[in-house]
Design a protein around this ligand. Structure first.
Ligand code: ZN
Length: 255
């Protein structure tokens, strides 16, 4: 999970809300809006804002492989219990992967796995965030997670969490609640880690400072930060260590 920087609410969503806001007795819900073209506009903007990666697991999202996630879940019959209508709240919307764990799932031997071992929105289901779940919109730009080189497991980065005042238990709870350590995600992240290790080795002649090599690779992976990011941005950032941080500083990375 990385920080998500959101653009202002799309005009079409604002108009839709304004049109129906006065209908106190029957406020519009997500199930109403999703039948309209406004849903496609929202989804497109979310994908652009998130630079093409799932807000939770960071696999690729594309229009057909993406779902609009509500951080505070849509509980269809309970919309009136909230102080405001979170169903139509732009700040409550994120784009997440579908099928959970993303496109590459179709290459896995057992296509039922994503259903049996859900992640992201499917794993979170109707859990109502209560302060123990990190919201990608409220994260610092610092990297809060690290990875196990042996198997691609995601773990809280204790030192970085402490620096920015986020309890390690919250990062841990987030990993568990979103199913970020299901086997297929670990396998995909492990492949990314191995590829980067090979790339570093291929440049390393024992003379060049390793940080320079990492920084060069970070420039290739993240470019100027204006385009889509590669999937598993945070894994790559961790694997490229100080070089990645130097490059992200150079491009004034904000999310
Ligand atoms: Zn995901």
């Amino acid at each position: 999970m990385k920080k998500v920087l959101k653009s202002p609410e799309p005009e079409e969503l604002r108009n839709y809300r304004n049109r129906y806001e006065s209908q106190i007795k029957t406020p519009k819900q997500w199930k109403d809006l999703k039948k309209t073209r406004v849903k496609n506009i929202i989804q497109g903007q979310l994908i652009t804002d998130q630079r093409g990666v799932c807000a939770y697991c960071e696999t690729y999202i594309r229009e057909k492989f993406c779902s609009v996630e509500h951080f505070i879940p849509c509980e269809k019959s309970k919309v009136n219990n909230y102080e405001k209508n979170y169903d139509l709240d732009w700040q409550n919307m994120l784009a997440v992967c579908i099928p959970p764990g993303a496109i590459e799932d179709e290459n896995f031997d057992n296509s039922q796995l994503p259903h049996k071992y859900p992640c992201c929105g499917k794993a979170k289901a109707n859990f109502v965030p209560d302060g123990r779940l990190l919201n990608p919109l409220e994260l610092p730009t610092a990297r809060l997670f690290r990875f196990k080189r042996e198997d691609g497991e995601i773990l809280p980065d204790e030192a970085n969490c402490e620096k920015v005042g986020i309890p390690v238990a919250v990062a841990q709870f987030t990993i568990q609640t979103l199913g970020l350590n299901v086997e297929r995600l670990k396998t995909l992240r492990l492949a990314v880690i191995k590829k980067i290790e090979e790339e570093i080795d291929s440049y390393d002649d024992g003379i060049i400072d390793p940080t320079i090599i990492e920084k060069q690779l970070a420039a290739e992976y993240f470019d100027n930060g204006k385009e889509n990011y590669p999937r598993f941005f945070t894994t790559i950032r961790w694997a490229l260590s100080k070089g990645a941080e130097d490059h992200l500083l150079d491009i004034s990375y904000l999310g």
